[in-house]
Ligand binder design. Structure first.
Ligand code: UDP
Length: 484
């Protein structure tokens, strides 16, 4: 293959799997390479009903078009995938099936990228980077605990008998905070499910040592214990064979999530007292049962606190029912919220169906708390705005994130039992809302502000995340010189 090497700018290709939560941080990563380091970037997005449109909208929200977004051709996986396949299985199959088109898209590029960064579901595309003699990185849109658990699961698979959730002891990962059996990631909940095997395989591929590094959407000081364990050959470092670069938080800037589309909401927020409103949202895919929606409505009403609640029609199927399609059910919230709720709360709260400009809401000075499903993007957006949380994990790795926020970092309160195990009642919700909104002596407010400052420091020139990305930049520049 004859590539044009005359373009002397380093060039990075990034491969993103479907899902808004995966796209948001890779777009921010791409922007950093372009704006801070003058790189060329090509973002390959795996086909899904919405991914390219989402990616373009996200990229153009604050900046003019600064890199190319290439949507790989649609694929039909209906003959490969079993009915009712779980999310991790579907994502892995999509990412496996697009390899051929990724390969041909790369081979048709005028200038060959110096590095390929794949997200966690695309680890099988590393061989393509190898074939084209590119540097290879894996980007996890997640924190250090998630990398630790994922890469150690192939070992747990050999050590642990029976289901993880039923273990009496915590799961130990060398040098890292132990994982409570009930907090394991979704694919570990059922060892007979195909998505468990996909997840173990992801861990195996990550540990094979063929990559040049892992990028994490976190920063050094957030989880120093895990970061140290990755580097220590007597701890997890004996398995994590490539350097781990914490380059986060990669979060959309405020002003990017569509404030103009919700003028009424922001006019209302503008006249509320500082830090007086709790924002309630379960991410891009979270759904709750009818009973749970009812209890949240009553809990908010009883708390008498101001609120903004992004509601999605209840689903009894699963907690991630809206993950791939955003729900598609646009019923009027009055049809499933308790009778009279919106009328009774009209002066203290706003209900928004389906979707809201979250980053702009969280950065508004009236917001003081966030009842969140603890998706990692939502978590980072909350921390970066100094907003305390009620941790309400639903699916994916959200239970791990919630444990970090509560026991690890002390910036969130949580229900007594995991919401996926037992419905959380209105009195408990009322109590949590009051606790997080009223400035108690528990130190949550000062800790969340410390984290906010730490995150901002990490991103500045000379900060740990800036420096971590700079190391990758240097490797790409060296690679460029070698091939020229
Ligand atoms: N989001 C939003 N409006 C909504 C719901 C979600 O802007 O009504 C954004 C949110 O700001 C975050 C992303 O969608 O950036 C969701 O990612 P996260 O990792 O929190 O959760 P996921 O949706 O992947 O479970």
């Amino acid at each position: 293959m004859d590539f044009d090497r005359s373009n002397s700018k380093p060039h990075v290709a990034i491969l993103a799997s479907p899902g808004l939560g995966h796209l948001i941080p890779v777009i921010e990563l791409g922007k950093r390479f372009v704006t801070q380091h003058n790189f060329n970037v090509t973002l390959f997005v795996a086909p899904s009903p919405t991914s390219k449109a989402e990616a373009q909208q996200l990229q153009s929200a604050t900046t003019p078009k600064i890199f190319d977004i290439v949507e790989l051709p649609p694929i039909d996986i209906s003959n490969i995938i079993e009915p009712g396949a779980a999310v991790v299985r579907v994502l892995r199959v999509i990412m496996r099936e697009i390899r051929q088109s990724l390969r041909s898209a790369i081979s048709n590029m005028q200038s060959l990228p110096n590095a390929l960064i794949v997200d966690l579901f695309g680890t099988e595309s590393m061989s393509i980077a190898e074939e084209f003699n590119m540097l290879k990185y894996i980007f996890l849109p997640a924190n250090a605990s998630f990398l630790a658990l994922t890469i150690y699961t192939p070992f747990l698979d050999k050590q642990v008998e029976g289901e993880y959730e039923e273990q009496k002891e915590v799961l130990r990962i060398p040098g890292c905070s132990p994982v409570r059996p009930e907090d394991v990631v979704d694919p570990m909940l059922d060892r007979s499910n195909l998505q468990y095997h996909e997840y173990v395989q992801m861990g195996v591929e990550m540990a094979q040592g063929h990559v040049d590094g892992f990028l994490l959407n976190t920063w050094e000081d957030l989880q120093p214990k895990e970061m140290k364990a990755f580097r220590d050959d007597n701890q997890l470092g004996r398995i994590v064979k490539a350097p781990v670069y914490p380059v986060g938080p990669l979060v959309r800037p405020s002003g990017s999530s569509g404030r103009s589309s919700a003028r009424k909401l922001f006019d209302w927020l503008d006249i509320q007292p500082s830090k007086s409103v709790i924002y309630v949202s379960f991410g891009s895919g979270g759904t709750l049962s009818y009973q749970q929606v009812t209890e949240i409505a009553w809990g908010l009403e009883l708390s008498q606190k101001r609120f903004v609640w992004v509601v999605r029609p209840p689903s009894s199927d699963s907690t991630d029912a809206a993950f791939f399609h955003g729900g598609g059910d646009n019923r009027d919230p009055c049809t499933y919220l308790p009778e009279g709720f919106t009328k009774r709360t009209q002066h203290v709260g706003i209900v928004i169906p389906m979707w809201a400009p979250q980053m702009d809401i969280l950065s508004h000075p009236s917001i003081g708390g966030f009842l969140s499903h603890c998706g990692w993007n939502s978590t980072l957006e909350s921390l970066l705005n100094g907003v305390r949380m009620i941790a309400w994990p639903l699916y994916a790795e959200q239970r791990l994130n919630a444990r970090l926020l509560t026991d690890g970092l002390g910036v969130a309160v949580q229900p007594k039992e995991l919401p996926v195990k037992r419905e959380v009642g209105r009195e408990e919700i009322e109590e949590m809302v009051r606790k997080v909104m009223e400035d108690g002596k528990d130190g949550i407010r000062s800790r969340v502000n410390e984290l906010k400052n730490g995150a901002q420091k990490a991103l500045c020139k000379g900060g740990s995340s800036y420096d971590a990305l700079y190391l990758i930049v240097k490797q790409c520049e060296q690679k460029l010189q070698i091939v020229e």
